[in-house]
Design a protein around this ligand. Structure first.
Ligand code: CTP
Length: 404
């Protein structure tokens, strides 16, 4: 099998420079990339850069190498088309099927997955014309990544930033890995909790756990690659925001509960991948707790935290919502998992065995997905993204038909 063929479309926005990094990631990970810039984008990054970084010619026009019929061939033979940055003008052209240069022609001839990573000023992104174009593209099966919030060109900040190239690359990888043209979670809102809560004892100390958040972030990335709108409630993680994800940072279990319940109100699925502390210190010392010479330390009294998974499972914020829990076990993994599934009342419980060197902080995971209908699906040791895709497969076929 040859290298996967990726078309990188670049339209005329300042974020075009970030596409150089995306291109480098794609080529270094074994993709054959053909860059198709628009004429306007060459004001930001020149043809020579694209040709040198991709090892392929980079043309903007259909009138070059006409005998090779590039306007048809490039799109037809692609395994993935990613347009980054996609300007408001490019989204409008794509939504309306215009074909006045090589990139727009390529978009019409491509039969593979097409991903747009828009970047523009907030006003342009929020304009009803742009929003309708985005909706049209999504309806037709394209994946349009929500822009990030942050610094824009000039002094402005707001929604419209191109997500980090590394994270756009992850979306591309996710789409290529599934090898399916149509994203199956389009129109769905999913809420994922990730990381580990910290329960403060005093201003400098807390009770915490070893969760890195990687499995939750893998779930967020794969859900974006499958077209979902994603809210990620992240407790004390040190990971880059995945592209297209609305990240809500929290610290404690009580904060996590509030953020998850708020986001879950209109969610199709809630996945509780976070390690939530079951207990918190009964009292918070406003000042640093000091040791006293000759005195034993005072015992730390704990109180129960709310069980968010059990609460959502028992009282679903939305009809037909699919609720997924995780269980980290050290002994009698399956028996404990089955009992926990019943106790929590969720639809799916992802059970994995943990130990000091196992699962926490690693890139790989192994699990069994237990379902309330009694089915049990073992997922072999592999990347956390692969487990995430199995979980979404299980969620997707339990979701009720999309509301009109
Ligand atoms: N969970 C939660 N709220 C809590 C504790 C846990 O929502 N206060 C969720 C976790 O996000 C996870 C699942 O419940 O999806 C399993 O958590 P775990 O701590 O393993 O289960 P417990 O019920 O606390 O069982 P035990 O500690 O006895 O193993």
């Amino acid at each position: 099998m040859g290298k996967p063929k990726v078309v990188l479309g670049v339209s005329g926005g300042i974020a075009a420079y970030k596409a150089c990094e995306l291109l480098r990631r794609l080529t270094e990970s074994g993709h054959d990339v053909r860059v198709v810039p628009t004429a306007a984008s060459l004001n930001f990054v020149g043809e020579a850069t694209w040709a040198a970084l991709s090892g392929n010619p980079a043309s903007t026009e259909v009138w070059e190498t006409v005998h090779e019929v590039p306007h048809v061939r490039i799109g037809q033979s692609a395994d993935l088309v990613i347009v980054a940055p996609a300007t408001a003008d490019m989204l409008a052209k794509a939504a309306h099927g215009l074909a006045d240069d090589l990139l727009t022609n390529t978009l019409l001839t491509a039969r593979c997955p097409v991903v747009f990573a828009p970047a523009m000023h907030t006003e342009m992104w929020e304009h009803p014309a742009t929003q309708e174009n985005v909706a049209t593209l999504r309806r037709r099966g394209a994946l349009v990544i929500e822009p990030a919030v942050g610094r824009l060109t000039g002094k402005d900040t707001g929604k419209g930033r191109l997500p980090d190239p590394e994270e756009i690359f992850e979306v591309c990888r996710g789409v290529l890995a599934r090898g399916v043209t149509e994203p199956d979670l389009v129109g769905r809102h999913v809420v994922i909790s990730a990381g580990g809560t910290r329960e403060p004892l005093d201003p400098v100390r807390f009770l915490g756990n070893r969760s890195s958040g990687k499995q939750g972030y893998a779930l967020a990335r794969t859900a974006v690659a499958r077209g979902a709108r994603v809210t990620l409630v992240a407790a004390n993680t040190a990971l880059a925001d995945p592209a297209g994800v609305d990240v809500v940072g929290v610290g404690t279990a009580v904060q996590l509960r509030e953020a998850v319940l708020k986001a879950a109100a209109d969610a199709d699925a809630v996945v509780m991948a976070a390690a939530v502390a079951d207990f918190r210190p009964a009292e918070y010392a406003g000042g640093k707790i000091k040791k006293k010479d000759g005195q034993d330390p005072a015992p730390v009294a704990l109180v129960r935290n709310p069980d968010v998974l059990a609460e959502i499972s028992a009282d679903r914020p939305r009809d037909g919502q699919v609720v997924v829990g995780f269980a980290a076990e050290t002994d009698d993994v399956l028996a404990n998992g089955r009992a926990k599934l019943r106790r929590k009342g969720c639809d799916l419980l992802v059970v994995n065995e943990v130990g000091e060197a196992k699962t926490f902080g690693s890139e790989e995971n192994e699990a069994v997905v237990l379902a309330s209908d009694g089915s049990e699906l073992p997922v072999p040791y592999g990347p956390k993204e692969a487990l995430a895709d199995v979980i979404w497969d299980q969620v997707a076929h339990r979701l009720p038909a999309r509301r009109a």
